[in-house]
Design a protein around this ligand. Structure first.
Ligand SMILES: Nc1ncnc2c1ncn2[C@@H]1O[C@H](COP(=O)(O)OP(=O)(O)OP(=O)(O)O)[C@@H](O)[C@H]1O
Ligand SMILES: [Mg+2]
Length: 249
């Protein structure tokens, strides 16, 4: 691990050079940050859980024909992925009002939205990831109109599939954030899902109690963060013994 070339270290993950050109190794850390990294903590076991949950979700999405960067999991904290050119947008899909849409538009948290809403944020930590319109995205060449169309279609398919997947295990998919990238194959470019899909990037509420099973437990100091993530993994059937999530291997 130490001999590998580190490509990028982010807040929650590290990217290393992969074994073949065009591949990377994504390492999931236990670090949690919120409010543009003003708040930071180590949540023991989080990286292991997110690696497994993201693997599970990406594998299922691949199986229904949603192209993703995921190749295979390597170990408890690492997965092999295809290197993509990240499109500098955070794509948020919302089903129920929570977080910034409640704050910005005054829609009470927990209110069912009239339809699923897709929002774009400019991925720029220095600016605090501001919300942007398609006008800005195309004017500043962050993505083409075709890419925006592809992203929209993929985001809504992912939302339909994941809403059903989570509903089946008694969890409401309130909202989630996606990142997409450009995958170059010869002279072809494809838009694929990248980064991670995990309780760090989704709001997940227990369908019966509305108990939060996601990173809001950290943001709001509710405690039991890794236990909530383990609960999500267990309900998805990822671990036979949920305690094994806390044993490194
Ligand atoms: N397949 C991929 N190819 C290249 N880069 C990727 C891929 N998947 C994810 N990334 C990028 O890898 C980084 C993952 O690290 P992490 O999520 O910790 O970053 P971050 O602290 O959230 O910072 P950032 O603002 O860059 O997202 C992100 O910058 C993400 O955009
Ligand atoms: Mg990130």
């Amino acid at each position: 691990m130490s001999r590998r070339k580190k490509i990028y270290e982010g807040k929650a993950k590290v990217l290393y050079e992969g074994p073949e050109p065009g591949t990377l190794i994504q390492y999931f850390k236990d670090d949690a940050t919120a409010f543009n990294a003003e708040k930071h903590a180590i949540i023991e076991g989080k990286g292991v859980l997110n690696n497994r949950i993201s693997e599970f979700i990406m594998t299922n999405l691949n199986a229904i024909g949603v192209p993703t960067h995921f190749i295979r999991r390597l170990n408890m904290r690492e997965q092999l992925i295809r290197e993509v050119e990240i499109i500098p947008l955070e794509v948020v899909v919302r089903n129920i009002a929570a977080g910034s849409i409640s704050k910005r538009l005054g829609i009470p948290e927990g209110e069912l939205l009239p339809r699923s809403i897709v929002e774009f944020y400019f991925k720029n930590d220095g600016l605090g990831d501001p919300i942007v319109a398609e006008e800005h995205i195309t004017a500043f060449n962050w993505a083409t109109t075709q890419e925006i169309d592809d992203i929209m279609a993929l985001a809504l398919r992912i939302n339909d599939y994941l809403s059903g997947l989570f509903a089946g295990v008694g969890i409401r998919l309130v909202d989630f954030k996606l990142e997409f990238g450009r995958l170059y194959e010869g002279d072809m470019v494809r838009t694929v899902l990248a980064d991670e899909v995990s309780p760090d990037s989704c709001r997940l509420w227990d369908a019966r109690t509305n108990n939060k099973l996601d990173k809001d437990r950290f943001r709001q100091d509710l405690g039991g963060v890794s236990e909530a993530y383990a609960e999500v993994a267990q309900r998805l059937g990822i671990f036979k013994d949920p305690r094994s999530a806390f044993v490194e291997g």
